[in-house]
Design a protein around this ligand. Structure first.
Ligand code: SAH
Ligand code: SF4
Ligand code: F3S
Length: 457
């Protein structure tokens, strides 16, 4: 396909989870044949897309304050005789409260939900004709992906996200995702393989398969079969997936962790709470004990696997004893890294109407205690790598000259002094020091490095 030379500037600001990061890239792909080139600031942009997140109140409020700033920027530009900027709101806030957005911020030209991104070119053309046009997303995801595919996938580095599943049928009582992303839906293994091959051909060495419930992937043979299929692609050396639900962590997937070299030893498996009473009120369909047993099973298949999780503190009805049970579970599991959140009351979800809403001060105190423990565990996990030699996939230059940043198999950021030509290579690095968020190390002299020192620049 011959695209016209870029003549318009597109700025996309992405909030929320990796699914939004993926969608933002695809929006850029679908708009590029129209002459839009991505820019890294809203100044001077012809089109600004906010790809929004609805998961917690703070995430949603950020969107409205950003819109306020954009409106000012646009008014100023127009007053100075500059070109008019089109403002679009995409993502989960667009889906959940499109009308509210239009009402609260008249500067918004269009609102487009996550299922309708393939409609963007047409929507933008229409909004240029008539201001204030909006469309909500009632399309099947299948249509979205099929329609985005012909535009091709433009790889932006040596790692890439690849959405394989969307939506959620679990209805945890605190969560908006089933309402913003719809029911669970899986792409076909063929379509995913085609996209993965396309990425590998562009130099991508690592893909992270994405889904709100990625391990509920329902294509032939489930996620395990998909992982094995993608592991066979030449050049694709690392496969990761996120986010998983404990309920869908099946035997086949656990076996894949034992048997497939390309499947990295890192698993994000949110538990949310260590109290069975709270887990039940959350509708999580697992207990603390069944979760711990599951982790044990996964560790017998892959002993060095790094476990990560999500936690919510201050869910309605959470008492001190429930919170202590969460701390106990964290001590028992031992997390490599984790994300913890204060419960945020989301309109329309069952938990929002539950009695026993917890005081903000109590939530703050619990979050601080949980974070202190998780921090300690993350530091210990990183410190345990010191002295080891890890295969690191270098991704990009570091902040200091001559330094590269890559990832260990356990998803830790690793800094090392290394020549740029090693970007995209998996290289042995001896880990020399560890911090809360990253490791630092030195290249292990390999035969290749010794034999060809003149290639070093
Ligand atoms: N599908 C994933 C997570 C999606 S949302 C899963 O089931 O694990 C990411 C995380 O946000 C959740 O794991 C949860 O910890 C947190 N979260 C979701 N809704 C929340 C709310 N109302 N308040 C606080 N945290 C929330
Ligand atoms: Fe939300 Fe639960 Fe679905 Fe995860 S599994 S997206 S937390 S409803
Ligand atoms: Fe947020 Fe939507 Fe992802 S609510 S976390 S952007 S699925």
């Amino acid at each position: 396909m011959s695209a016209p030379a870029p003549s318009k500037r597109l700025f996309i600001k992405t909030y929320g989870c990796q699914m939004n990061v993926y969608d933002s890239e695809r929006m850029a792909d679908v708009l590029s044949p129209l002459g839009y080139a991505v820019t890294d600031s809203p100044e001077g942009a012809d089109l600004v897309v906010l790809n929004t997140c609805h998961i917690r109140e703070k995430a949603t409020e950020k969107v409205y304050s950003e819109l306020g700033k954009l409106k000012e920027m646009r008014d100023e530009r127009v007053a100075q005789g500059g070109s008019r900027m089109t403002i679009a709101v995409a993502g989960c806030v667009a889906q959940a409260e499109g009308e509210e957005i239009m009402r609260r911020q008249p500067a918004v030209d269009l609102v487009v939900g996550p299922q309708a991104y393939h409609q963007l070119p047409e929507l933008i053309a229409r909004s240029h004709r008539a201001r204030g046009e909006r469309l909500s997303a009632d399309f099947a995801p299948e249509e979205k992906f099929d329609a985005l595919a012909p535009a091709g996938r433009h790889a932006t580095g040596v790692t890439a996200f690849l959405t394989v599943q969307e939506g959620c049928d679990k209805f945890c009582t605190f969560c908006v995702v089933p309402y913003t992303r719809g029911g669970e839906w899986s792409r076909s293994p063929e379509a995913i393989e085609t996209e993965a091959r396309d990425l590998a051909a562009q130099g991508v060495r690592e893909v992270t398969l994405l889904g709100q419930n990625v391990n509920a992937y329902a294509g032939d043979g489930g996620l395990a079969a998909l992982v094995r299929r993608l592991a066979a692609i030449e050049g694709l050396d690392r496969i990761r997936y996120t986010t998983s639900h404990p309920r869908d962590m099946d035997e086949a997937l656990i076996a894949a962790h034992a048997e497939v070299d390309a499947l990295m030893p890192y698993l994000h498996l949110p538990v949310q709470s260590g109290s069975d009473r709270i887990l039940k009120a959350m509708n999580r369909a697992h207990t603390a004990q069944s979760y711990v047993r599951l982790i044990d099973k996964i560790r017998s298949a892959r002993p060095d696997i790094a476990i990560s999780g999500d936690f919510i503190v201050g869910f309605p009805g959470e008492r001190d004893a429930d919170f202590e049970a969460t701390l106990d579970l964290v001590r028992e599991v031992g997390y490599a890294t984790a994300f913890s959140f204060k419960y945020s009351r989301r309109p329309g979800t069952p938990a929002a109407a539950m009695p026993g809403q917890v005081d903000e001060a109590v939530k703050d105190e619990r979050l601080a205690r949980l974070n202190a423990l998780l921090d300690e565990q993350a530091r210990a996990f990183n410190a345990s790598q010191v002295g080891k030699v890890l295969p690191v996939l270098f991704e990009r230059p570091g902040r200091h000259a001559g330094q590269l940043i890559g990832r260990s198999p356990y998803l830790q950021a690793v800094h090392a002094t290394a020549p740029d030509r090693l970007i995209g290579q998996i290289v042995s690095v001896r880990i020399e020091s560890a911090a809360r968020m990253s490791l630092a190390g030195a290249l292990v002299e390999t035969a290749e490095l010794e034999l060809a020192p003149e290639m070093a620049l």
